[in-house]
Design a protein around this ligand. Structure first.
Ligand SMILES: Cc1cc2nc3c(=O)[nH]c(=O)nc-3n(C[C@H](O)[C@H](O)[C@H](O)COP(=O)(O)OP(=O)(O)OC[C@H]3O[C@@H](n4cnc5c(N)ncnc54)[C@H](O)[C@@H]3O)c2cc1C
Length: 384
């Protein structure tokens, strides 16, 4: 076991920190207030090679491993969890799933533009009536000559309102349940594709979330991602990586909450002394640190394990480890922001204090990308 990061990983962490400190930190509160990222942010992320961090060099990426991608998300989320969410919806949900399931022509067509930030990506699985029960989706795709006509809608899609390229899961055979799912690569200018609304969220603001609607949306057969009727394989084979990289966001948020708590506790005086001298405050700080370090150990280990499995390893250990990583990291981050806000007292309840924003951001990771309940079920089922 080696718990040291490589020189390259340390270098990437540093460069993400520099980028985010310059481009986002000064406007993080404005992003929250206005629900908008600074213009041109996608191109800027592309210019510093952030978008293709985990994509093969031949398609315009840098070919770094899953742990490096997780570290990048962690650094980004330390300053702006909303940007980290949009970043991963693009670089992981869309690009990574595309790279691992697309044919050569599809990879060449879409990945370079997604790496540069010329194109923005998203992934649409969830529907208004199908969330945890993903196999229950009803968006249909019916063959019409050498294309398919898509009908239905997708709910809560990160980057949906601005995405140029969407991976969309459909049912090509309603009778066959999980064996009738097909994934398509859909472009925003395909006729019949529209964004019906941008949703207004309590947290992770700046990151757009939308509902996508397909009305006889014509998608060429050449845009099937993976195999016809085997979209469940596309869904399943990227889940471990998704859980690990998303956990990076919780680590970043939790770390920021601890830093804010420490800073506030040192400076706030009550009863003639800094509140950090009170034992009940010390216990909160110690618990936050301990839980976040435990989460970090679990997430990084899961990242290494998932990477090894990507190289051909087998076994279900990795599924429950990746699910455990996101389950624990998400809940540890929620507890950390809660305790940090408590340490801030009444000021923490005011919108002008950054802990307030983190408090609203953190909850998402107990819900999005699979809820805590579903993660517990998965882990228990693997154990049983
Ligand atoms: C901000 C945001 C961004 C998102 N981005 C995307 C995206 O980019 N792409 C995408 O496809 N989706 C996205 N989602 C959707 C997300 O993955 C779903 O919200 C999530 O999977 C839960 O589905 P649901 O909201 O329909 O809840 P439901 O599945 O309806 O669950 C409601 C409650 O019931 C519980 N529950 C459900 N089934 C069980 C069970 N078997 N046992 C015990 N409890 C159960 C759940 O844990 C939850 O507490 C996003 C969601 C949000 C909020």
């Amino acid at each position: 076991m080696d718990f040291e990061l490589t020189r390259e990983q340390i270098m990437i962490k540093k460069s993400v920190k520099e980028f985010i400190s310059k481009e986002i930190a000064p406007v993080a509160e404005e992003i929250d207030k206005n629900d908008k990222f600074p213009p041109g942010i996608w191109r800027k992320m592309g210019d510093v090679d952030l978008l293709g961090l985990n994509t093969a060099v031949e398609y315009g990426g840098s070919g770094y491993d899953i742990l490096t991608h997780t570290l990048a998300a962690e650094e980004m989320a330390f300053v702006c969890p909303g940007l980290a969410l949009s970043y991963l919806a693009h670089s992981n949900l869309c690009m990574h799933n595309l790279e691992r399931n697309a044919n050569e022509a599809q990879k060449k067509k879409y990945l370079p533009g997604l790496c540069s930030g010329e194109l923005i990506g998203c992934l649409g699985l969830t529907e208004p009536d199908a969330g945890s029960d993903a196999v229950g989706i009803t968006t249909s795709a019916v063959r019409d000559g050498d294309s398919f006509l898509l009908n239905g809608s997708k709910m809560f899609i990160t980057n949906g309102p601005e995405a140029d390229v969407a991976i969309v899961y459909t049912k090509t055979d309603m009778e066959k349940g999980s064996h009738g799912i097909t994934a398509f690569i859909v472009e925003k200018n395909f006729p019949g594709y529209s964004v019906s609304r941008k949703l207004d969220k309590m947290g992770n603001r700046g990151s757009t979330t939308g509902e996508l609607v397909f009305m006889d949306c014509r998608v060429p057969e050449a845009n099937i991602l993976g195999e016809l009727d085997n979209g469940v394989k596309v869904i399943m084979n990227g889940l471990d990586v998704e859980r690990v990289v998303l956990s990076g966001i919780s680590l970043g948020m939790g770390g920021a909450a601890l830093e804010l708590a420490l800073d506030y506790a040192r400076n706030r005086k009550q009863f003639g002394q800094s509140i950090c001298n009170f034992q009940l405050i010390k216990a909160k700080l110690a618990n936050m640190y301990t839980e976040l370090e435990a989460a970090r150990g679990l997430v990084y280990r899961a990242a290494v394990l998932v990477q090894k499995t990507e190289r051909g390893g087998k076994g279900t250990e990795v599924h429950k480890m990746a699910a455990a990583a996101i389950l624990f990291a998400a809940e540890a981050a929620s507890r950390a922001v809660d305790e940090s806000l408590q340490i801030h007292g009444g000021y923490g309840y005011m919108n002008e204090f950054p802990i307030n924003r983190l408090y609203r951001d953190a909850k998402l990771y107990e819900i999005g990308g699979g809820t805590s309940e579903v993660r517990r079920l998965l882990i228990a089922n693997e154990l049983i």
